[in-house]
Each structure stands twice: as C-alpha cells, then as structure tokens.
Write a protein that binds this ligand. Sequence first.
Ligand SMILES: *Cc1c(COP(=O)(O)O)cnc(C)c1O
Length: 386
Amino acid sequence: MKEHKANLHKDTLAIHAGQSPDPTTGAIMTPIYQTSTYVQDGPGIHKGFEYSRTHNPTRFALERNLAALEGAKYGLCFSSGCAAMSTAIHSFKSGDHILCCDDVYGGTYRLFTKVFPQMGVETTFADFSSIQNIEKLTKSNTKLIWIETPTNPLLKLIDIEKVSAFAKTKGIKVLVDNTFMSPYLQNPLSLGADLVLHSTTKYIGGHSDVVGGFIGTSDEELHKILQFNQNAIGAIPSPLDCFLGLRSTKTLHVRMQRHSENGKALATWLESHPQIEKVTYPGLKSHPQYDLAKRQMKDSGGMITFVIKGGMDKAKKFLSRLNIFACAESLGGVESLIEHPGLMTHAGIPADIRAKLGIVDGLIRVSVGIENIDDLKADIDQALKG
Ligand SMILES: *Cc1c(COP(=O)(O)O)cnc(C)c1O
C-alpha cells in the first residue's frame, strides 16, 4: 500500500495496513528481519535501527497493521498476551488500585491475585453489569478499569461505552481485553476505552501456531509509557512470530465472518437439542444482553458455552467421544476446540468463586472453527448419544 488512508475498510486494512514492498528488493511481503543488531556508519549514525529489542521492522509492520485494525494511533506487540498484560500493569505504581470485571481469563486473575499484589498494586473484582456497582467499588486511588467482554467463560457482556463514560468523569483509564472478539468484530477505542489489548495467540493468529500479545491506544502519553516499558521489560515477540502474525491478519476478516456464521448456526442448533440444558451465545435472542451485543459488536464470533444435562460424568464422556472437536485449552483457531472450564481453563479459580460465577459441572466451552457446519453438528450429536 503506497500510503495509509484512514477511510479504508477493515477488509482492506487487514491485508495492506502497515506494510509496503521491501525497499531493497521490492519483495511484496515484509521480510523476517532475523537480526539482533544493525550496523552503524559511525557511532550514532544509523538508519533508525539500533538493536532488535527496541527496533525491528517485522515487528513494526505488525504493530502498524494491528493498530490500524483497532483504529488506534499506536500499537505495540509482545511475546504473549500475558506479557502484554504485565507490561500494561507495570505502567502503574505501588498504591494504585485496579477495578476488574469478575469472570476474566484465568491468567489475568492469576496476575491480579498472585503477582501484582506483591508490588503493591491491588485489584478488586466486580460484577460490571451495573454502573452503580462500579461506582460503589471505585476508590480514590483507582487508576484503571479492566474490562473483558464477552467474559470468559460465561459470555456476559459489558457496556464499554457506559463504563468508559463513567471512568472519564473520574479520570480513570479503561483497558479492554478484546481477545474474544478480534479487531474485526469490536473496537473498544471507538467506544471510549483508552487501551485495547489482545492475546494475538487466539483469533488474530488464528492458526494455533503462535503465541503473542498486542496493546493499542490513541493516547500519546500512555503509549510513550508503554513503549518505554516494552523496551525496558523486554517481553517482545520474535521476528518470525511477527511475520506469522502479519500472514494471519490478511485473512482475519474472512475467518471472523465464518466463525460468526458457524457460531450462530451451532448455537441455534444446540439450543433445540434435547440433551442440552442451556446455551449462551451473544448472537442468540435468548442472550440476556442481545441488544447490547447488536450495538457493540459487529457480529457474534465463535465462542459458545452450554450446559450439558447429566453433570460431570456426562460432560467427561461427551468430551472424550468427539472426533472433530479437539479437547484443548485456547481458542480462536481455524479448527474447532472444546473444553471443560471447571477442569481445564478455570481450574485455578477457587471452587466457591467458580460456583458463584456459574461455572457448573456440566459447563462446556466451544471455540467454533471454520469447518463445515454439518460435520460439526454431526460430531456433537454422536458424542451426546454416548
Ligand atoms: C489467552 C488469553 C490471554 C493470555 O494470552 P497468552 O497469549 O496466552 O499469554 C489473555 N486474555 C484472554 C481473554 C485470553 O483468552
């Protein structure tokens, strides 16, 4: 792309944003700049690149690409989603308080309860469905509100626009973990959030072959702090991983369309299945926040949770009988994955808190891939018969 034009659609940005032919050879794809350092003509006389932790052209291209997709002025990439989260929290200091939605990604919960309290950063977990509740738990030292929407694994939605408007009145920053939606389906910055974060391991990577993280913002001051910390802490992705990220974003829009199409079809079918007690999916009219989903999300994505009749025994048997769905943690790949949050992704959360959140014995989480929908239904159907 010769020059970046702000009014291009996401489908075009996904393929072109942040990338231009290699100036030396004209190679259309950004090369993997697998180098640790750059030769200088004399001390301090260089082409803008000194050392690869700080400057790497492959990483820069991915950072520009993802920033464009999120409508952010600035973007930074990290070696994992957890590295992105850690770097973000290192921008705060001892004595600061974070308000985080309950029902978050297990690794986020672990960081907030086991790692950051040791550095004097305290977190309160709260149900973000009402602003009154958020207001009640806001303290004079609250510096950040941390949102994940849809939540994991129960797919509750949080109104990003409302929470951001409240936070603004108090001078509190808002960060949205947008991993479940991808930049194609939801753009938190356009709804008033200050920071958007991704585990690029999931939908952005999309092929279950790379671990990475991203933070985007249009706030120059915040970006400068994060960029300083990215370099100082050093949790940067490798050039090869950045190349894989660039290769993946080229099909992000097409994959997300199919994930959403399959998600809607599978959720609708599951809802009518006699052996399923309950289905939660933001694209179903039965979702209690269906209207918010319509307003906030471009489409409903590929994450579904459902409760199987028969409890733990039945759930375990069901999971071991599936042929196409792979029983595995993680999500967002082209292949369908299925898991038991109580035994797998959310096993680290104390049982009483799990019960309070609604992570029951028969709860199953699905990351619908982009396979043929009839094959997926048939696989679930045969496994339920066992
Ligand atoms: C996976 C995930 C993370 C952590 O990302 P890693 O790349 O595994 O470190 C954070 N948030 C959400 C919502 C996730 O699904």
